[in-house]
Structures are given as C-alpha cells and as structure tokens.
Design a protein around this ligand. Structure first.
Ligand code: FHN
Length: 681
C-alpha cells in the first residue's frame, strides 16, 4: 500500500504562550495534575506484534525496529497482524481508576511513526489494520465516563516519516534527498491539531524523542504555543523543548521547560521546591510489551515509590505495555489490583497532598495537607519501629490527634512530647504486606526546628563575601556567631546581609521567646589567594580549536594526534564536526576575567569533557555518559587566564555547554566576549 503523507500548510500560531518549568506555570491550570499525584502510562503500538522477540533475540521493546534493525518495509507489515480484538477501553480505564490513578497518558505515536489514532496525515495508522478502528476514541470516552483525564504521548522523533531526520545510522538505503525537517514540523502540527480537536479535552501532551540535533528549543516553543492555542488549559511536559537533563529529566537552568520535568526510571533524591515533576517508570524492564520480560516490580515496591514520590511533591506515571490483542499483561493486572486495594484505604495520603516538611525520616515518608486550624501529616511507615513508638523529630506543634488511616473508627493513638520530638504509640503492626499510614493532626502552622540557612555565592573568598541567613519559620529570630561558639541570647540577632573579610566559622540558630527552637547550622568560609593573570600579546577574539575523529571511551591525549580540522571559533561549539559520533575537540586560548574573585566553571556534556584553567584541570566531566553537568570553583585575578576545553562523543546524543558564574555574573553560557586566542606575530 503506498504510504502517503499529506502536507497541510497551517497558519503558524502567532501569540506566544510560554511557561518555564516551575510552579510559575499557572496554578489553576496545573491544579488537577498536582492533586492527581498518580497516573497510568500506556505504551501500545505495532511493536506489540513482535512482543520483544526478533530473530531469536528476546530483549526488545518499543525500540525493536531500531534495535533489531528491521527494515521499514518489513516493519510496516506488522500492520497486517495488528488486530486487538480483545481491546476493551472501559476495562482499561476501570483498572486505572481502581488502582487510584487519575489520568492516562497513551502513545498516540511512538518513535516508529505508527499512529494509534485515525489521522488524515498518513496511512501508517491503526485504521489501516485488520482492526479498522480508532481505539483513542473509545479511551477518550471511557475516561470521560469514569472521571479520568485522557492524555496523549507524542514522539517528536519519527523513524518512518520521509522528512524526519536524521535517519537511523544503519538505514543506509533510505534516501534523505528532498527531506525537509520544516515539512515534518508541519506534519506534526497537523497531527497535533487532530489529537487536540477530535478527542475532547486532553489533560496532558507528553512529548518525547526530542534529543536528536534536528530538534531545538525554537521548534519546542512553537509547538508548545500551538498546542496551547488549541487547548489553552492543556499541560505540556519539558520534552517539548530541548533542555531536558537526560534521564534525570529536569530542565537545564535557563532552558525552556514546558510545564513539568520528567525524571525517567528514577526518583529525585529530594523534593524540588517550586518545580513540578513526574517520574515515569515501567513495571518490568520494558515500556512496550515484551512477552518474555517477567521481571516485574512488586506492588509493595511500587506503592513505596508512590509514597516516596508524593513525599517529594512529584507525580508517578506508572507504565503498562498492552499486548497486540489489546489486553494488559496478567502481571500488570495483578499489581494494579493490589495497588488499588492499598489506595482504596490510603489514597487520601497521596491525592491532593504536598511534599514532606522533613528533610528525611529514617522509618519512611511523610505527605501533608492543610486542614482547618492546622496541618495533617500522613506518615508512611516503611519500617515499623520495634518499640512501637514512632518518632517525629524536630517539630514544635501541639498535636490534636493521631490514628491509623486504615482505622475507620479513628481510634486515637497516644502522642507524647520529648524535647523537640513527638512520639506516637503505635498499635499492633498491621498484617497488610503493603506499608501502613499513620495520621497526625497538628495545631497551627507547621513549626519545625529547621535551623536557619546560611546563604552565600561561594564558601570561599578572595577579598570579602556577602552572607545571608534565612528561615521560612514564623515568629523566630536568628542569632549567629562568627567565632565558632554556639549561639545563645548574647549572640547578635541577624537583621540584614553582612560581609566577612577573614576566614571563619559561622554558626546560626533560631530563637523564640528567649529559647532555642532549632538545631544549629554551621558553615566554614575560607579566604583564598587568586591565581595571577598572564600577559597576552596580540590577542584576538575566539578560541583556537582542533577537531579529531576516533573511537574513545574517555578523552584521549589529543596533543599526540593529527587533527582533521583546525581553526578559530567564537566559543566552545561543535559546528566544524563532520561526524555525529566518534569525534572529539580540543579548544584553547584565554578567558578574560573581569574582576578578581571566585569563579565557578561548568561543563555539561554528552559524552566526556574536561576544562583546564592556567594549565590545571579544574572541571573533570570525562567518561561515557548522558548530558551531565559538573561544576568547579577557582579564585582568579582580573585579566587573562589560559583556558582549555577537551571533549569527545562516542555514540548517540552529543553536545557540550560551558558556563561560568561569579558574584557579579549570574550563571550563564560562557560569553563570546570573554574568550580570546593569541595571534602568532
Ligand atoms: O525512547 C523512549 C522510550 O521508548 C519510552 O517511550 C520512554 C518513556 O518515557 N521515553 C523515551 C526514553 O527516554
């Protein structure tokens, strides 16, 4: 069957509606999403036909066309076998609802380019299968029926569309002549218009596959604005842009991040104040159905992950990979049922909650809600205390009541105080294999014994350093010392930021009504000498560069190699690279430091990079890795300092960004105007 792609020229949306990846995204638009906390991800497509197996190998998932290098015509024939006769949209949505999930994100189009919805833009879609039906219509209706938000995943990367570039590296025989990426963006917009017009209100557009260098922030902002023009209340993830920090999933500082960050297969170590984020995760080891993958996480593990994520203020998007017949794997159904049983009793400790006020708790996690006259804490007890006494450390509020969330009668638990801790006497440990939740209601605004924060640009200085002391607590005063002694009522009260001009230890503590009401926080601040500047004759703008090609696992000794190309560039950029993989650069010259002081240098690179100042290695970000940023600090005198940046990419994504920060420069990509090289006489 001839593959047609219709090119519909659409009026580009003119007004820009943008939001950065933080709670600056309009609160009411995000409210349902922030309260939901728990959603279902569904990866369903042609890849369910081979079900992870090809040519005797069984480790594939939704990437099978690329990973098994299946030629496009062979893969297209999977359409003839895709007939999900057992698909029942109501059944799927009820399972999500009964598991406590509030939204469903389903793949409308994954990287293989196959459209799981009835589109007029290509015949490579589900209507042109023996199924001859659009399951997205059924799912949209079922979500409306059962009160879940219906959401679409949409892959920017498209291994099928003739105008999407780059081709797969092994697809030597698929022509690229005539391919125009802008045409592919028009195709995307035509499909997004169908998705946002034909299926009712869509909760989230979950973009993915944004990492190849044909996509950029400009396209991202254009698509974000376009989608918001079609459905102003829609929420869009940060993968619409080009600023995601790899699988960590959050958005690079200063980059366009849509409405929320997307950690993948991982949970941030701590909460992220002011940032909306959602961890997406598989139940086993594959997103798409793999009939041989029986490595499923236990329901207990996943419920604890849900509690951990909610305690950090995030959402949990848990994946199911349905079969080509249209049913969930039995293992997924079993786990959804068990999770649902726990959510039936404990769901209020997840839905509508905010992040824990505690830095960490050794027995489990905490989520919280405001209640009239106080705050309710939900204590997720992973490790039941042997003494049956649950200790809540560093909290000064008066308790109102405590009970087991599973106890419908809310029989009160005894709460006593010992210094700044509350102790809850627990009943006999519940037999349920999934963790129990203890509720404690506290009177008034939260009052934790969090010590004050000691804030400065660096923890060292050449001439002086500005110090700020901060706390979010009410009705307290911060007292501090600069001689290493503990703080007491004779210590000065902090009023305004102050400067220090000699190395010292700062101690700070909160006081109320003449008594200490926090632990003490300390910081050692060092006084360091600045490295002298060097004299540069005949300097000219830009850095010299040498470009190499080779296959390395870490930065090689470039100096011993013959470069493929050499020249001068205005900054650390990779334009001269003629390869996408297996290449490296060495940049050299001088950075003109505007004032004596402390400077932070950063490289963010995929793969490895190092940055040298005055002949010494300062930033070591070497090795094979995704986009990772490393910071290092140095004291420099005003003037020229030699700089060298080495970089290599082995395979896959590539890129490097070098940034700088000081007490007068906010963190920024190294400005061209600071970089020079010496011109030989
Ligand atoms: O390549 C995709 C992958 O197949 C899957 O869809 C995940 C889910 O977030 N996203 C990409 C990998 O980061």
């Amino acid at each position: 069957m001839k593959k047609i792609y219709s090119f519909l020229l659409i009026t580009l949306f003119s007004t820009t509606v943008l939001s950065q990846n933080s709670t600056s995204a309009s609160g009411d638009r995000m409210q349902w999403w922030r309260e939901a906390r728990f959603g279902m991800f569904i990866h369903w497509g042609l890849y369910a036909v081979p079900a992870g197996e090809w040519n005797g190998k069984t480790g594939y998932g939704e990437w099978i066309r690329n990973s098994a290098e299946i030629p496009i015509d062979v893969y297209d024939h999977f359409r003839e076998k895709f007939n999900p006769v057992k698909f029942d949209a109501d059944d799927w949505v009820r399972m999500a609802r009964d598991a406590g999930m509030k939204y469903i994100v389903i793949t409308s189009k994954h990287h293989d380019g196959f459209c799981m919805f009835g589109t007029d833009q290509t015949d490579f879609n589900i209507i042109n299968t023996p199924f001859h039906h659009d399951p997205m219509k059924d799912l949209a209706a079922a979500c409306r029926k059962y009160g879940l938000k219906f959401c679409f995943y949409y892959s920017i990367m498209d291994w099928h569309h003739p105008d999407y570039l780059p081709r797969r590296s092994w697809e030597k025989f698929r022509p690229v002549t005539g391919a125009e990426f802008r045409k592919y963006v028009f195709y995307m917009k035509a499909e997004l218009k169908e998705l946002l017009t034909n299926y009712g209100d869509i909760g989230v557009l979950w973009f993915d596959g944004e990492w190849e260098n044909t996509w950029n922030e400009k396209f991202g902002k254009e698509i974000y604005s376009y989608c918001r023009s079609l459905q102003p209340n829609i929420i869009i993830n940060n993968r619409v842009g080009a600023g995601r920090m790899d699988m960590e999933g959050l958005t690079k500082e200063g980059a366009f991040g849509g409405d929320f960050g997307t950690p993948e297969q991982q949970i941030p170590a701590t909460g992220l104040t002011g940032v909306d984020w959602e961890t997406c995760m598989t139940m086993n080891d594959h997103w798409g159905y793999n009939k041989n993958d029986k490595n499923f996480k236990s329901a207990n593990e996943m419920v604890r992950m849900l509690a951990d994520i909610a305690s950090k203020g995030g959402n949990y998007l848990l994946n199911v990979g349905p079969t080509s017949e249209g049913v969930f794997p039995d293992e997924s159904i079993e786990r959804l049922n068990t999770i649902g049983g726990w959510m039936k009793v404990n769901g209020e400790s997840v839905w509508g909650t905010k992040a824990s006020p505690f830095r960490s708790l050794d027995w489990g996690r905490c989520t919280r809600k405001e209640i009239p006259g106080g705050v309710r804490l939900y204590l997720h007890v992973f490790n039941w205390p042997e003494t049956s006494n649950l200790i809540l450390p560093g909290i000064l509020n008066e308790p109102a009541k405590a009970f087991m969330l599973s106890d419908v009668g809310q029989s009160p638990l005894k709460v006593t105080r010992f210094e700044d801790a509350l102790i809850i006497a627990l009943p006999v440990q519940p037999s349920d294999s999934l963790h129990p939740v203890v509720v404690i209601d506290l009177k008034g605004k939260l009052d934790l014994t969090e010590p004050p924060r000691i804030v400065s640009d660096f923890n060292a200085f050449v001439d002086s350093l500005k110090i700020k002391l901060q706390t979010d607590r009410e009705n307290v005063e911060i007292r501090y010392t600069l001689d290493g002694k503990d703080c007491d009522l004779s210590s000065p009260v902090y009023k305004v930021p102050f400067y220090i001009r000699k190395a010292l230890q700062i101690n700070a503590r909160c006081f109320r009504d003449g008594k200490p009401v926090s632990g003490m926080n300390s910081a050692i601040i060092r006084n360091v000498d600045a490295a002298p500047a060097v004299k540069v004759n005949n300097q000219a703008p830009g850095l010299s560069y040498a470009y190499y090609e080779g296959n390395w696992d870490s930065i090689p000794e470039f100096s011993g190699m013959k470069p493929h190309k050499e020249g001068v560039l205005p900054n650390i950029i990779l334009n001269p690279a003629t390869a996408k993989e297996f290449y490296g650069f060495s940049f050299g010259g001088f950075v003109n430091i505007p004032a004596t002081g402390m400077y932070a240098f950063y490289t963010e690179s995929d793969d490895g990079s190092t940055l040298w100042i005055d002949g010494k290695k300062l930033v070591d970000n070497d090795g094979l890795h995704g986009a990772v940023e490393v910071e290092a600090v140095v004291a420099l005198k005003k003037g020229f300092h030699s700089i060298r940046v080495d970089y290599f990419n082995k395979s896959g994504s590539d890129g490097i960004t070098v940034s700088i920060r000081s007490t007068t420069l906010k963190k920024q990509v190294m400005p061209d105007g600071m970089l020079f090289h010496e011109v030989a006489k």
